[in-house]
Design a protein around this ligand. Structure first.
Ligand code: KIV
Length: 269
């Protein structure tokens, strides 16, 4: 079996980083798109709570429920066999370790191999609690969309010195608590590069520059769809390059692998 055909597992993520192989991740919410992602170089599929904005048409991710994530994870798992599936905790479902565990069990039983949660602070206890119970965790720091009200909008994080120091401390803390992967969203490229160098676990960037160990985009952004939301500068329409959905996924995977995406124009300073 070639490397390309091998199923993605949690230990393989760390091995990829050691080998200098960039990780390719996309969001997905159904079986048909999941099949295309699986066949065209996508290593990790995130059943993200972004579905609240791009599938359900809400103004934020906050209305998404645990049942929504279970439903979409079940569908994605039917379509994708090779990619590692990561299910996202919706807002309010990871408020305590016990509550998070109950939802995470449902996500794993629906076909996910990992769960993602936003933030550090009290979430560190939840990360520890889940990892000790055999549930791998992906952390998510920076412009965490569930913090939209505290941030006053979807704003780049970590630009001031104190915020940058805090972000770096949080990145080390989530790894220390047992997270296996870290998504960095909406942070200056230089900061994401420094965090990646210091981090013992692989980082995946979205609006965080080219220095991360991998990249993620929301599927609808990759396909250039008008979702009714403002398009952030870090998105790129790969359908224009790829000519088909499969071609767009392949073009994204190739551009991430050989370091052409993200370019400076997709990154923050
Ligand atoms: O929900 C989501 O799609 C996400 C990605 C933007 C990382 O969290």
């Amino acid at each position: 079996m070639t490397d390309v055909q091998k199923t993605w597992t949690v230990p393989r993520l760390a091995a990829a980083r050691t080998e200098g192989r960039k990780l390719v991740m996309l969001t997905c919410y159904d079986a048909s798109f999941a099949r295309v992602l699986d066949d065209n170089g996508c290593d990790l599929i995130l059943i993200g709570d972004s579905l609240g904005m791009v599938v359900q048409g809400h103004a934020s991710t906050l209305p998404v429920t645990v049942d929504d994530i279970v439903y979409h994870t079940t569908n994605v798992a039917r379509g994708a066999k090779r990619a590692l599936k990561i299910a996202d905790f919706p807002f309010g479902s990871d408020g305590s370790p016990h509550e998070a565990h109950a939802s995470a069990v449902r996500f794993i039983q629906a076909g996910a191999s990992m769960v993602k949660l936003e933030g550090a602070g009290h979430k560190l206890d939840t990360i520890r609690y889940l990892v000790e119970r055999e549930i791998p965790v992906c952390a998510h720091l920076g412009l965490t969309p569930q913090s939209v009200h505290r941030f006053g909008g979807f704003k780049v994080q970590g630009r001031e010195d104190t915020a940058a120091v805090k972000l770096r401390e949080d990145a080390l803390a989530v790894a220390d608590a047992g997270a296996s992967l870290l998504v960095l969203e909406g942070v200056p490229a230089a900061l994401a590069t420094a965090i990646t160098a210091a981090s013992p676990i692989p980082t995946i960037g979205i609006g965080a520059g080219a220095g991360c160990n991998g990249q993620v985009l929301v599927l609808h952004d990759l396909l250039g769809l008008d979702t009714g939301h403002r398009r952030p500068k870090f998105v790129k329409d790969f359908l224009a390059d790829g000519g088909s959905v499969a071609g767009a996924v392949r073009a994204f995977a190739n551009a991430v692998q050989d370091g052409r995406f993200p370019a400076a124009e997709h990154s923050y300073s």
